[in-house]
Design a protein around this ligand. Sequence first.
Ligand code: FAD
Length: 621
Amino acid sequence: MDLHTIETDFLVAGGGMAGLCAAIRAARQGLRVVLVQDRSVLGGNASSEVRMHIVGADHHGMRKGIRESGLIEELRLEDAVRNPAGQHPLWDVILYEKVVAEPNITLLLDTDVVGAEMEDSGPTGDAIPRPPRTNRMYEFAGKPGRIRAVRAVRQITQDEFLIRAAFFADCTGDGRLGYEAGADFRIGRESKAMHGESLALDVDDIHTMGSSFLFTSHRTEQPVPYTAPPWARKFTAEDLKAGRPIRSWEYGFWWIEWGGQHDIIKDHATSIRHELYRIVLGLWDYVKNSGRFPESANWALDWIGASPGKRESRRFLGPHILTQQDLQQPRNFEDEVAYGGWPIDLHPPLAMDDPASPPFESYDLKRPYAIPLRCYFSRNIENLFLAGRDISVTHVALGSTRVMATCAIGGEAVGFAAAYCMRNSITPAQLVASAHHVQELKQLMLREDATLLNTRFDLSLNKAHTAQITASSFQEPCRPENLCDGLTRDELDPDSGDLLRSHGWRSAPLAAGSPAWVRFDWRAPVEVRDIHLWFDSGFQRQLTLSADASTRATVIRGPQPETVRQYTIELDGRPVISEGDNYQRKRVHRLAAPMRCTSLRLVAAATNGVPEARLFEVRLH
Ligand SMILES: Cc1cc2nc3c(=O)[nH]c(=O)nc-3n(C[C@H](O)[C@H](O)[C@H](O)COP(=O)(O)OP(=O)(O)OC[C@H]3O[C@@H](n4cnc5c(N)ncnc54)[C@H](O)[C@@H]3O)c2cc1C
């Protein structure tokens, strides 16, 4: 092994959706970032290795208008346009491209984080004394500490890395880095008594949700016979009658789940993988050969996951542990940095070994809930952030927070917070202890397209706010003055998608040769450098990459029709920006040098589909 030492600002362990967003956001905020990912592709469960579709607070588009903004939206829009057929390998490439495009990120693929070095040089990893695993919920409480460096290994090139950083983020799902560092964590399910959660158990236990294999299949011209190997499981209709319906088979069955009663980390590569293979092959045998699905004759398997997708293992403990109550009676956390809205979706650990029980219990949430920054860092390791499914939540709350769009915006928040801590030479705990720091962080996030449920953008930070705003035309109630109200999406009826309150401008239908425009006039010259624009990208629909036919039917793969495609920006009548092929929601145009002007006009010439120009917000900095 060759040893390489790297000095950086921020080390992100794990390149799933949470780690990827943490790394990109921190890099765009100016940090030097090292992103260590143990696989050859990025995206974790959303990658082509697992192929789970990303969902979030809009619950597959059923809660309209609340789709996540920020980096995950940028990625989804990019994917919809550049991957029209919705193929997972192309999604992998888009994620890879986004990371390597960031000059501040050093990406180490095929590299495992395997250890931590602590400031006090105390024991790490397995050398830390820990309670034995029993059938009760496992809780580890360690010592206070600070990580100095992580050790990572890339076996395939025989390289070892010692990576020193100021801040670290554990986005590994299983919490490998936090484990090595001695961060406090739990595995298993809490009892009712622990947090007063009505959905918790009477007696806590060590069990988790299980892991899964997805598969994909396609229709062929000819019949394709299938013979299962003798070691595949055998299924009957009786085994599937409790909520495991087979309606189509192009995208496997999410309820192929096993291992929650085992050690989800230690048994991953042995019994869990083996049983998942037995289940997939047995179910395909049932589809093809039971006689119940004659229409499957011309279908062939084309891919089976080989790395079990995990839902749950370690959950670290931060200064706040998010609970069922925080989800069902949402709180206005001062340090809110993310939100969720997926139902509380709990899977019994026995999963397919208990065919009499349904594969999940789901409890709808009336409205989205905020998640505080205190769930995204360790309570005892002072420079360790957390993002993804290993954040500080109870088993019941994980039922909702684990979905990947929620993981992604949490990761992005961690990227912001790490950059903020670095700039101000403070720890995450010091950040949340100061109302001033928390406010500044949230304003920074809102400026870059984060959505916070209870925090409004400070209008005084927007130079456009002092202008008189006029437009070529508008449709009530989408008036031009909405462009500086600090809100970057419309308020929609969550069920019907009808407009409840407009926060943007809509022109009259565009006509050939007569584009629509909005104009900002100031009495005295203002200095403009950065022009931030927010366009409509169709938050009333879901947008996700999925192999599932019913999900695909609701998604537009291509530019979203609501988005302005072609526009120019003029300062004092002089064109300074010209864009011909926009499909993104958030655009930032940085002028080569600051310019003083008394007017700015945005001229929209074409959209990607709808007749009128739509714009949510214009901010000038
Ligand atoms: C079958 C199934 C169905 C699901 N359904 C949905 C759904 O429909 N929609 C949805 O949004 N979510 C769904 N989920 C949940 C969701 O996929 C997970 O909760 C989510 O992936 C967690 O995100 P993460 O970034 O924390 O972890 P991951 O996606 O697992 O990413 C973590 C990454 O870190 C890497 N890593 C691990 N250890 C190390 C190490 N030591 N060094 C370097 N890298 C490391 C891993 O390889 C992985 O790539 C489902 C999960 C499963 C298994």
